[in-house]
Design a protein around this ligand. Structure first.
Ligand code: ADP
Length: 512
């Protein structure tokens, strides 16, 4: 290559290179401090990059007047390189041009330097964005860490609380998989947390009802709570109040259970089951029922004797009117007590789940008539008009006489008790297909509308009844309705306050 060829090559490189290139002469003051520099030769890209025109022959302070104050380090550095000849490289932000440059400087000759400029504004911007993103990510991470620690603290607190409370707690996820079991539950059931966590609750802890029958999965409070998103107990999900959990060693444990769904915003994320061992309560309950049962049994014999003697006395002996009155009071009270004792006995049998039926043939019409005979004195005293005409000649049914008596007695006695003197009681019996219906209508105080829905519940008395008759117990109707259920029938009523009530009992003509 000739020197001419190589010159034109370098010239073309000089003009076409993408970097900006400038050959400059440094200007020093008398103390040899660099104060300015002059552009000797610049390439096209230099002018384009710098936004300068016709730079050659001009001083930098003419072209960029603010440069000495905005970038004093530039002059320092150019001066240094042009004097020492040691190349340097740096990044600088040109404020007047608002651009970043990577500048490589070297000196071809003393007091001269060549600067090569690369515009790195875009790279710098990306670097800055990256830096900002890093700072933002750092902040998010920091927030997350704080949040995580708060969550861990809350969880530790919840775990400690759940683990240490006396009641037993099991938590499941929405699919019924156990996620937590506290110490008390582990002690009761005999399962260790590691053995039960991750398993399907319904598999590991089978449940039986009071009759020893397996409670189906979908009837269990846990399944109901998860499916219907409500708090559930055995009472709310099945007819049998008490549940028995099967422990690891196959023993049965009576428990009281409540299950509540766990919600996160509107989503069910699991359910929490709280339960406790009620063996002691059950035992106490059993002892109480047994005591009531024995005590009432024992009271029945002397009470019947009092009633019998009073009756005999009234019939056989010559008595003064006062004596007659006293004896009749004794007789009525003994009868009342007998009814009360019978009710208590029935209640304790119901509670113990010991209601049994012995079918026998009963003539229902005669049965009711004879009961009315028994209470004739009571009816007479209140001067009540009793009408019992609307019925078949006789109606033979196959039923349990004791239960039937409980029902008939409680309904008729109520009609008497809640009807003021000189009122009217109408009794009717109708045969239907496979059943018969007994109606007892009175002209009594009635039952307030708002209290009617719970009148068959145990110990429930309407507000007006409490004023009318102070010594009621609220168990008669409960016994009557349980009795009707036991016989496969039902009981209902219509009533209007201050006008009267009609109670209906529908029972099968034959029980098995
Ligand atoms: P008790 O009569 O001992 O209060 P019951 O269980 O027999 O208990 O009756 C429950 C309640 O039902 C009564 O307290 C009363 O409020 C209402 N009741 C039952 N029968 C009648 C009736 N014939 N008339 C008005 N109220 C009645």
């Amino acid at each position: 290559m000739t020197s001419q060829d190589s010159e034109s090559l370098y010239k073309s490189l000089f003009d076409n290179m993408l970097d900006g290139l400038a050959l400059c002469q440094m200007v020093f003051d008398t103390q040899k401090h660099p104060i300015d520099f002059k552009y000797i030769e610049v390439n096209k890209n230099f002018e384009a990059l710098m936004g300068l025109k016709n730079a050659e022959g001009k001083k930098v302070t003419e072209l960029i007047p603010g440069i000495r104050t905005s970038n004093p380090e530039l002059l320092e550095m150019y001066g240094r390189v042009s004097l020492t000849g040691k190349p340097e490289k740096f990044e600088t932000f040109n404020e007047p041009l608002a651009k970043w440059f990577l500048v490589s400087v070297y000196s071809p000759r003393k007091e001269y330097f060549i600067a090569v400029f690369q515009n790195i504004t875009d790279r710098k911007k990306i670097e800055k964005d990256l830096y900002n993103a890093k700072v933002a990510a750092g902040n998010v991470l920091e927030d997350l860490q704080v949040e995580k620690e708060a969550l861990a603290r809350a969880k530790a607190k919840d775990d400690a609380m759940l683990s240490s409370i006396g009641d037993s707690v099991i938590i499941v996820d929405p699919n019924g998989i156990v996620t937590f079991i506290n110490q008390s539950a582990q002690n009761l059931l005999g399962w260790k947390d590691v053995e039960i966590i991750g398993k399907f609750l319904f598999d590991v802890i089978p449940v039986e009802d009071e009759k020893g029958e397996r409670v189906p999965m979908n009837a269990r409070p846990m399944a109901v709570a998860l499916a219907l998103n409500t708090t559930a107990t055995p009472e709310s999900t099945s007819a049998h109040g008490i549940y028995y959990y099967t422990c690891k060693d196959r023993t049965k444990l009576p428990v009281a259970v409540t299950v509540a769904p766990v919600m996160l915003e509107t989503k069910i994320v699991g359910a929490i089951e709280v339960f406790r061992d009620i063996t002691k309560e059950k035992e106490l309950d059993r002892a109480k029922s047994e005591f009531i049962s024995i005590a009432s049994h024992q009271m029945r014999t002397p009470l019947t004797a009092i009633q019998w003697v009073a009756e005999r006395f009234m019939k056989k002996e010559k008595l003064t009117p006062k004596g007659q009155e006293y004896l009749s009071d004794i007789h009525a009270s003994a009868m009342r007590l007998t009814e009360l004792v019978t009710d208590m006995l029935s209640l304790s049998r119901i509670e113990a789940g010991k209601l049994e039926t012995t079918p026998e043939i009963v003539g229902v019409v005669g049965f009711v008539k004879s009961y009315l005979q028994e209470i004739a004195e009571l009816l007479g005293k209140k001067e009540l008009e009793v009408v019992f005409e609307d019925h078949p000649v006789e109606l033979a049914v196959k039923t349990d006489a004791v239960t039937l008596r409980n029902i008939v007695q409680n309904i008729i006695i109520n009609a008497i008790d809640y009807t003021p003197n000189k009122g009217r009681i109408k009794i009717a019996i109708q045969k239907k297909d496979g059943t018969f219906v007994m109606q007892v209508a009175d002209t009594g105080i009635g039952i307030p509308k708002g209290e009617q829905h719970k009148i068959f519940e145990k110990f429930t008395r309407a507000s007006n009844a409490k004023l009318h008759k102070t010594d009621g117990t609220g168990i008669g109707l409960y016994i009557a309705s349980r009795g009707a259920n036991l016989l496969g029938g039902k009981i209902w009523f219509t009533s209007e306050e201050k006008k009267g009530s009609t109670f209906y009992v529908e029972l099968p003509l034959e029980i098995s």
